[in-house]
Design a protein around this ligand. Sequence first.
Ligand code: SF4
Ligand code: SF4
Length: 417
Amino acid sequence: MLGGALEAEFRACVHCGLCLENCPTYVQLGVEMDSPRGRIVLMRGVLEGAIDESAEVRRHIDQCLGCRACETACPSGVQYGDLLERYRSTTRPIAGPQSRLLDFLLFSIFPDRRRLGRWVAMGRLSRAIGVDAFLRELDLNRLLPAWMQRLMAMLPSDGGQTEPLVDRYPAMGKLKGCAELFIGCVGEAIFASTNRATVRVLNRNGIEVSCPPTQTCCGAIHAHGGRLDEAREYARRNIIEFAGDDPIVTNIAGCGAMLKEYGRLLADDEEFAARAARFSARVRDVSEFLAQGDLAPFSRPLAAKVTYHDACHLCHAQGVRRQPRELLRAIPGLELIELSESEMCCGAAGTYNLTQPELSSELARRKLGCIEQTGARIVATGNAGCIMQIRTAVAEAGQSIEVVHPIELLDRAYGGA
Ligand code: SF4
Ligand code: SF4
């Protein structure tokens, strides 16, 4: 028997099945063991020793996106994301194919934005000189592992490193407050321009922004892969680095969700528990932060039909749904069209598009189908992974739909740089 808090968490599931139709893998595959209810039965059975952790069991658990749509749907308050992380921490270090190169990439390159930046620069260079086009032309890309093909396809050509970030950006006009910016690893290595747009929009709204220079990875990749000790170490380093009292603002839903979990992650750490809880209480998604007050007047209307995709780690993990929509509707000329299945995962799910490329692509195509129905030419979404995933689906379908972070649309309406 499990006993203790974990037992109580599993017992919270009363097997009602109300989560099933909200689970993307159940909707896509129609298999009970690929639903939250089925996976809870499997995880509990393995941990209690009643079920062997066979390849089939692993497949069902690995196919979980960790999107937490089941938590939104569950009337019993099952903390599915926490159960999954704890299960993975006691069974295997990571879901998905056990490729040493993939592990190295996920756990050594991705969390280090400088190393990741160098890999991204190499990837962009190889695309610029036509290496991946050459491989595709000769059909040689099929010889590469599926995750590597996805990675090559997803790398955006623009948005990379511009000028280095400085420690402090003063507010424009009357000072209304201060914020510390969490820049993220993928965020800064691949979407540096989104971080710059975030700083400009905050400054225009009277917010002085500081960027703690030695801030590190949020630890989400490690936590979701069950490497909780490594995630805790990243959390401690960030808590030390963001030592002040100002709000901590991020534009990346996945990082924001993780930063808000530090209190729980370090609850048993005598030295850090209280500091972690205080740190998490300071974290805000940039849309949450800006929607708290009146926006500064915009200088340029943006006549465009825009739809909005709810990133899972913003809507399900953080409960942030209203604020990004309010900000987009505030832009003069912008028409916001609601997206059907907006809260259904696009298949990005952290590193899922690398570990489960086929199912991930199916979900991306499903998302694109919903986007096409809106007639919008711009999709806004608050997570770097979703942006890459949906952009890839758009490109593969030969569409010309722009996929951006909402903050970039606000920045355009303020006149940009
Ligand atoms: S996770 Fe929640 S919604 Fe799903 S079966 Fe269990 S109790 Fe019902
Ligand atoms: S986290 Fe997402 S994919 Fe996994 S069981 Fe819950 S709803 Fe399904």
